[in-house]
Design a protein around this ligand. Sequence first.
Ligand SMILES: Cc1ncc(COP(=O)(O)O)c(C=O)c1O
Length: 403
Amino acid sequence: MAAAASIFAALTADFREDADSRKVNLGVGAYRTDEGQPWVLPVVRKVEQMIAGDGKLNHEYLPILGLPEFRANASRIALGDDSPAIKENRIGSVQSLGGTGALRIGAEFLRRWYNGTNNTATPVYVSSPTWENHNSVFLDAGFKDIRTYHYWDAAKRGLDLQGLLDDMEKAPEFSIFILHACAHNPTGTDPTPDQWKQIAAVMKRRFLFPFFDSAYQGFASGSLDKDAWAVRYFVSEGFELFCAQSFSKNFGLYNERVGNLTVVGKDADNVQRVLSQMEKIVRTTWSNPPSQGARIVATTLTSPQLFAEWKDNVKTMADRVLLMRSELRSRLESLGTPGTWNHITDQIGMFSFTGLNPKQVEYMIKEKHIYLMASGRINMCGLTTKNLDYVAKSIHEAVTKIQ
Ligand SMILES: Cc1ncc(COP(=O)(O)O)c(C=O)c1O
């Protein structure tokens, strides 16, 4: 895992130092505009000004579990306005430092209280491959048995559903499964609703615990509701679950560290007990959460007009990603680049597994000054209308020259 982080740092440093004017960074982990710049969402700018001008606000501590209107509304957009769990008052939330913080608080709680007390032997399953921090967060929370489940089928460049279901069938009962709610990082490949139904059926029968990681809601399809389908389906099926939300990507609030952990339980009493334990964990972890990001999100989500503006901003980002996908695919197809390229448009979200092998990646970096992960993962936002032709031609060269 440390290796993955240092490779990423090395890639970024190499890109920065590269003096070639054609250089392209497809390894970056954040959204970029068509000018290759970070984007402050217009709705965020507006709300920041409202907050700055609000003389009633101060810098007193927030409650340990966070800003109440942030927590409630963040969970509402994950679970949906008419969620049965919200109506039945059996959900709770913890404001967290980004999606990572939500994962960490959830992991810490599970290690302390799930499947016995301090049961560090409960297996935790992460997809193969996954966002590298999943492993480390659960290891650091004390879990000793981190396993992978089949996910990516390299040959077919798609989901290995059978492998995934087989792993779930074989997993010990009560194992924890980390599931990407949408826009799987790094493969950009999500199960279809029908496949999610199959996954849920096995998980229910085998008493497996779903821990959703929702870091890209709205980014995958441009629709908040569509991207939350899997989480909502599991809730409708009666699962108790956790859902870690990040507002880093869909609000562009990366450095404000704003996330939320939603707990869905069987009844209100259980949820309150879970929250009181989580409060203890937060107290010794960051004690109190920061307010700025939570205020921005809460203000936006509670105003119908700002909410509409935000959805529009999210759609702008999602649409740009979709456009870059179709433009890249059509260029590769018209160049006659060997292989099939439908996976570029089949995959969703910011990231794509191109299928380039490590030697081809090396060629792209050394000869073409196009930086991407050794796994062949690219960030679609690294593409712009200005560099698309160059990137497509370079991929074509890499694939035809290097096997
Ligand atoms: C799958 C996944 N989960 C969680 C996160 C964490 O996001 P945050 O920066 O909000 O902690 C990321 C960020 O890249 C991610 O890709």
